[in-house]
Design a binder for this molecule. Structure first.
Ligand code: DOR
Length: 424
């Protein structure tokens, strides 16, 4: 089975490549990359005026299955993923039952495999039931194939417990992804603590609730010599702490999400529950700092924290609505605004949405080097359109970008040499 992608602008930061060219795919693998590759016997994909890059990888997704299929299923989640240009997603453990055992990990793999769409990499829980008390069977989870550990959604409060978890995780070569939030500082908090929380009369969550945990996590990464990945960085203080830790050579990496470099707490001013998220949207100063962190390499990865909830769950008071917003089908066009503004180059963006996720979590893909799996995203950079939640493959409608005018659309997503999504 041969496929040739013709005359696209091929951007692959892992090869310092940004040029018009062809890619030959054979038996699911990148065979050759170059100019005027002969096309006999191959299906031809015309990529003229399009960007061709390593398939996008989202390291932070909630697929909700098993247990919360009314919010999302593995099927609707991966359909949303490939429509958003993602060839692989890593799914969080806060399902029901929690992914703290081999049965659940295997169930997720099996479902994903049957679908043959995006690659799905399960993330195992750090603690049984995400309760932060007893370690999950890390060795067994590793054996079943998890690529990292996280109690995401719940912070790990007990520092001694996290230290022990890091020591075990190190032995099994699994990074720990940290949901850094000290809820003791904001037991009832629902939005950023500041002017907006005061004017809306809603309990706030101060940035320091995140910063304290980021600092603690960094110290434990230093102590154990093991890799902590900070999830969904939302504030200036965290960015600075991570910057300093990296300068000291501590094994820490970080991600942020499109909503943290695009939106401020203003987005919730009409009590818009679709912009209620944990950690909360913060101030313009934080947005600026998160962007700077992306630019200077402090923040390695753009992830979505795709967190679908049922529309009826969000149709309640701000305080009662669950936290979370969806991102698989908006991440690329929203992130592309950074390129359009001249803030990031295409290569920098592709690094953060594909190459670094693959490298940090040791995943297939993230490169178009010959011999790599043929996971490719083709993007039409000139198409403008309006984001419409009613067009989404995801079951979620909790998207604060509904109605936004954006530029840049996924034209095709290829996983292992198979076309899994084609625009129209
Ligand atoms: O807003 C959030 N929602 N943040 C998280 O960390 C978890 C997520 C969820 O699972 O809904």
């Amino acid at each position: 089975m041969k496929l040739i992608i013709k005359s696209g602008r091929v951007i692959d930061p892992t090869q310092n490549r940004d040029e018009i060219g062809d890619i030959l795919i054979e038996n699911g693998v990148i065979k050759e990359i170059g100019q005027n590759i002969p096309a006999e016997g191959a299906e031809i994909i015309d990529a003229q005026n399009k960007i061709v890059c390593p398939g996008l990888i989202d390291v932070h997704v909630h697929l909700r299955e098993p247990g919360f299929e009314y919010k999302e299923t593995i099927e609707t989640g991966v359909k949303a993923a490939v429509a958003g240009g993602f060839t692989a997603v890593c799914c969080m453990a806060n399902t029901n039952p929690v992914n703290d055992n081999q049965e659940i990990t295997r169930y997720i793999f099996k479902k994903a495999k049957e679908l043959c769409l995006a690659r799905v990499y399960p993330i195992g829980a750090v603690s049984k039931g995400l309760e932060g008390k007893e370690l999950a069977p890390i060795g067994e989870l590793k054996e079943a194939g998890v690529i990292a550990l996280s109690d995401d959604g719940n912070p790990i409060y007990d520092s001694g417990f996290l230290r022990r978890a890091l020591e075990y995780a190190k032995y099994f070569n699994l990074p720990i992804i940290s949901h850094a939030e000290d809820k003791g500082l904001a037991p009832d908090g629902v939005i950023n603590e500041g002017l907006m929380s005061t004017s809306l009369g809603l309990p706030g969550i101060p940035a320091v609730a995140e910063e304290i945990m980021v600092f603690r996590d960094i110290k434990l990464a230093e102590l154990t010599g093991w890799h902590v990945h900070i999830a969904h960085v939302s504030c200036a203080g965290s960015v600075e702490l991570i910057r300093q830790a990296k300068a000291k050579g501590i094994r820490v990496t970080a991600e942020t999400c499109p909503h943290y470099f695009t939106l401020t707490e203003e987005a919730v001013k009409d009590f818009n529950t679709n912009a209620k998220v944990s950690p909360p949207l913060r101030t313009a100063t934080d947005v600026k700092a998160v962007r700077k962190g992306l630019k200077d390499g402090t923040i390695d990865v753009i992830a979505t924290d795709h967190a679908p909830h049922h529309p009826l769950e969000k149709e309640t008071t701000f305080e009662d609505a669950p936290s979370g917003l969806i991102g698989l089908e908006t991440s690329l066009p929203i992130s592309l605004k950074l390129v359009e503004e001249g803030f990031l180059t295409w290569s920098e963006l592709i690094n953060k949405m594909s190459c670094y996720p693959a490298k940090i979590f040791n995943l297939d893909g993230g490169s178009l080097k010959p011999g790599s799996v043929a996971d490719v995203t083709i993007i039409d950079p000139e198409v403008s359109y309006r984001i419409d939640v009613n067009q989404f493959y995801s079951k979620g409608r909790n998207c604060p970008f509904h109605g936004w005018e954006v530029k840049g659309k996924v034209a095709m997503t290829i996983v292992g040499g198979q076309v899994v999504y084609r625009e129209n």
